[in-house]
Design a binder for this molecule. Structure first.
Ligand code: P6P
Length: 355
């Protein structure tokens, strides 16, 4: 009986997606954003314009990423970013491109970027009036640029808390539950934008022949389990006991496969579409993990929640964490609900006594 109902659910989901595809077949990102604006009665088009600005900037970044192997924009730009990581020239290009489009688009009052130590205040009359702040990792996974593996742009959008005028840091330090929108662009075998404004997750593939993102993955939902887990296994000995035992369970009892690209956008895209779990746990040398809360963990947690999955730091939901600093890090366990539930059980059973 369970198999029959599972088959019926899959069949219904397929029919639903086919109907959506037929209805929206070939719709571009711009058309879709404007169409979906009707879901928000008080929408004035500002968020739609901001999302379109990010879409245009990512098309320009995509053009440079695609030719990176041909022209001299590979290799380090000779500087290091706030994370003390060597900045690749494409990192710098992507950061500057997004900042320019956001500043000139008139919908953004401030920007927090992985590449900049402090927030960027859009100190113009439009910027003072704008409603939204954007947090971003302009080119995540940039260490993969030279080996042609997937890299991506990750973004979060919040409504400002401060009144009209120059924004301030408090506008950025907001929990994930306050997000207005979030998404990523993955520059891989094809270039896709995946985003949500809190009403489901949709994916758009860039059609180079017309230079438009077109709806290709309507209403993305994450299965409640999956075949793969993704973690940097070389850190195994340095994970907390609960995580080591959880990984042992995944491998020895559930026979899950390991898939790890080393680029969060690539690993998350697979997990979002196919289910499974992505982890970047705390280690003895990095007790807060490596990934940044505001522009890596929270936007991905938002998308995963919207797609029916979950994300925690091992003890609390990522979406509930109130950020204290712009570049703070957080451990993250994110993916299918049934696999996250098991994380909770292993943490409860094997958490080291809090010293
Ligand atoms: P490690 C890329 O540098 C990144 O910030 C994420 O995209 C990725 O998930 C993680 O770091 C990989 O880190 O330590 O496994 O190389």
């Amino acid at each position: 009986m369970r198999n029959f109902s599972l088959k019926m659910n899959n069949f219904t989901a397929l029919i639903k997606k086919t109907l959506v595809m037929n209805r929206y077949n070939g719709i571009t990102l711009d058309e879709f954003i404007i169409l979906k604006e009707k879901d928000y009665p008080d929408a004035k088009g500002n968020l739609s314009k901001l999302l379109r600005d990010i879409g245009v900037a990512s098309k320009v970044i995509n053009r440079e990423v695609n030719k990176a192997g041909l022209v001299d924009i590979l290799g380090a730009a000779g500087k290091t970013n706030i994370q003390d990581e060597e900045q690749q020239k494409l990192d710098v290009f992507a950061n500057n491109m997004l900042i320019n489009y956001l500043k000139n688009g008139g919908q953004c009052t401030g920007i927090g970027s992985e590449e900049n130590e402090d927030v960027i205040v859009v100190d113009t009359p439009d910027g003072h009036q704008a409603h939204y702040v954007v947090l971003m990792d302009p080119l995540d996974g940039s260490s993969n640029i030279d080996i042609n593996a997937s890299i991506g742009t990750i973004f979060s959008i919040y409504k400002r808390k401060s009144p009209v005028g120059p924004c301030n840091l408090e506008d950025f330090l907001q929990e994930g539950n306050k997000l207005v929108a979030a998404g990523y662009v993955i520059y891989g075998s094809s270039t896709m934008m995946v985003y949500s404004t809190g009403n489901g997750v949709n994916g758009f593939t860039l059609d180079p022949s017309i230079g438009e993102f077109c709806l290709s993955h309507p209403d993305i939902t994450t299965p409640d389990t999956g075949k793969y887990y993704a973690v940097n296994q070389s850190n195994y000995a340095f994970f907390p006991e609960h995580t080591r035992r959880y990984i042992d369970w995944l491998v020895n009892e559930k026979r899950k496969g390991l898939r790890y690209i080393g680029s969060m956008v690539g690993d998350m895209h697979r997990t979002l579409l196919q289910g499974g779990i992505f982890m970047y746990p705390a280690t003895t040398s990095s007790p807060q993990g490596k990934l940044r809360l505001l522009y890596e963990c929270i936007p991905m947690a938002f998308l995963m929640q919207q797609a029916g999955g979950r994300a925690s730091d091992g003890h609390q939901e990522i979406m509930d964490i109130v950020p204290q600093e712009l570049h703070q890090r957080s451990p993250i366990y994110i993916g299918s609900t049934r696999l996250l539930k098991r994380v909770d059980q292993f943490v409860e059973k094997y958490s080291e006594a809090i010293s």
